[in-house]
Design a protein around this ligand. Structure first.
Ligand code: C2O
Length: 499
């Protein structure tokens, strides 16, 4: 938790500086991206830019529809640079940073024209849904008035969200992602902050890196719900809140780096491609432009923007030391559990419980992995062959060895993480898992969970019960969230592995 305390301290310290406009060495203004709940955040400027972009023809690269289609779209035939978003790899953070940068310039010009004070003051606000519970509510300007004349409102969201219900607390935490010190994970591994290494960019790949999984993916589905735009990468960027969600994810990348203790961007000597690959966008004049990873690592000097909580004194943060999981080892995971019964496990609006039996000969290894012998590797729960027809409206909290009658609580030692669906391949659609024989896999590091359960006397080397509990925003006054009925998603297997 020390990480969070330090972040708060940095926020306080930099608040004094936030009102100053700073110039870069080149003389350009450094635009300040502010918390959307800060009354000085230029939300109405954003609204007028969005309105102007929506009025442009969809074939104009600076129009609302075109910019959203650069992320993803069902429209065809695709126009130049449509369907470019990078999910499920180490390009996730850098690509979205570039995408937001040009989008912000387009909004600035659309809203301010040549009005210099307006241009200097305008930067995309961000939505920090993680650090205070009142701010887990969709910012008011995006909900009210709930009419077409409000360019920030869309009806294609989960009704509870548009009615002002908060995002669930378990959806918004970045603590797990921040505990990782490695940005890049080996190809095939989700166990890095920023995503797996790829040898070439891919619109969708998998597995997703830690920050992408949580809070990024979970928040998408929590806002979009069943059939809403934010749930699906092919429609998400049409929702004006998308851009504030991503400004926050971009900010979290900087906050993570500030924690220090070995946290850094990819190593140029081993990940030259991350720095060198050129991605294409359109600027505010509608001209095609390119950016590389090397051109976006320093937002202040390279992109003329910073966040209102960027710490003025970096070394202050370097002492924060959350318990960090080890850097992942390459190589295929070893399966410790017995071959599961064939057939799908269906997920719906009720919790689902699955028994995972450990092979007799593997129980000793499980024991020493839990005891933290280290050399054994880490225990990882894998859910394989995840599919759905439509993006499901819940995400699922994953628990290990919940006691009979125990209320699931994500603060309890049994909680292993969330299963969310954003960016995954729908049945027959496209997305992550299109090419992998195992289909979509989601992995949960059980190092912390198993040690805590062992301590509490609730660990069993021979078997674990896994419970998937549907979760999402609740309607006002309701005790539980409500979800669509029937089978919302299913998976083929659930396994305990060592990796
Ligand atoms: Cu490219 Cu949040 O999505």
């Amino acid at each position: 938790m020390s990480a969070i305390r330090f972040l708060t301290r940095a926020t306080v310290l930099s608040a004094a500086l936030a009102s100053l406009l700073v110039a870069t060495p080149a003389g350009a203004i450094v635009h300040v991206r502010r918390n959307v709940y800060d009354p000085t955040a230029p939300v109405s400027v954003y609204a007028s830019g969005v309105r102007a972009m929506k009025a442009r023809p969809a074939t104009d690269p600076t129009s609302w529809a075109y910019q959203a289609a650069i992320h993803g779209t069902y429209a065809s035939p695709p126009l130049p640079l449509w369907n470019q978003c990078q999910h499920g790899s180490f390009f996730f953070l850098s690509w979205h940073r570039m995408y937001l940068y040009y989008f912000e310039r387009i909004v600035r010009k659309a809203a301010c024209g040549s009005d210099a004070p307006c241009r200097d003051r305008f930067a995309l606000p961000y939505w920090n849904y993680s650090d205070s519970s009142p701010e887990r509510v969709m910012p008011p300007a995006f909900r009210t008035p709930a009419k077409k004349s409000n360019p920030l409102w869309v009806s294609e969201r989960r009704p509870a969200i548009n009615a002002g219900s908060p995002l669930p607390e378990s959806a918004v935490s970045y603590a797990v992602a921040f505990a990782y010190r490695n940005f890049v994970s080996p190809t095939g591994s989700p166990f890095g902050f920023g995503g797996q290494r790829l040898l070439a960019p891919a619109h969708f790949d998998g597995p997703h890196g830690q920050l992408e999984q949580q809070p990024h993916d979970v928040v998408h589905g929590a806002i979009g719900g069943f059939g809403g735009w934010m749930s699906d990468p092919n429609t998400a960027a049409q929702d004006p809140i998308f851009w504030l969600h991503h400004a926050n994810i971009d900010r979290l990348w900087k906050r993570w780096l500030d924690l220090g203790d070995g946290r850094s961007d990819p190593d140029p000597s081993t990940d030259a491609l991350w720095y060198a690959h050129k991605f294409h966008f359109f600027d505010e004049e509608g001209r095609e432009v390119t950016l590389t990873g090397a051109q976006v690592v320093e937002t202040v000097t390279q992109l003329d923007y910073r966040y209102d909580d960027d710490p003025p004194v970096l070394p202050l943060l370097a002492t924060a030391k959350p318990g960090a999981p080890p850097t992942p080892r390459p190589g295929p995971p070893e399966v410790l559990s017995e071959a599961p019964i064939e057939g799908r496990t269906r997920l719906g609006a009720e919790p689902v419980r699955v028994l995972v039996k450990v092979k007799e000969e593997a129980r000793g290894r499980v024991r020493s992995a839990v005891a933290g012998a280290g050399a054994e590797g880490r225990l990882v729960l894998e859910i394989e062959g995840i599919e759905f027809d439509r993006y499901p409206d819940p995400y699922y909290e994953v628990y290990v060895n919940l006691a009979a009658g125990e209320e699931p609580d994500f603060r309890s030692p049994s909680y292993a993480g969330n299963l969310a669906f954003f960016g995954l391949k729908g049945h027959g659609g496209h997305g992550e898992g299109t090419t992998d024989a195992r289909g979509v896999v989601r992995s949960f590091d059980l190092s912390g969970v198993s040690a805590a359960l062992m301590k509490a006397g609730r660990w069993d080397d021979a078997a674990l019960t896994v419970t998937l509990v549907p979760q999402g925003p609740r309607a006002k006054g309701a005790k539980r969230p409500k979800f669509a009925s029937g089978t919302l998603a299913w998976f083929a297997r659930i396994m305990l592995t060592l990796q």
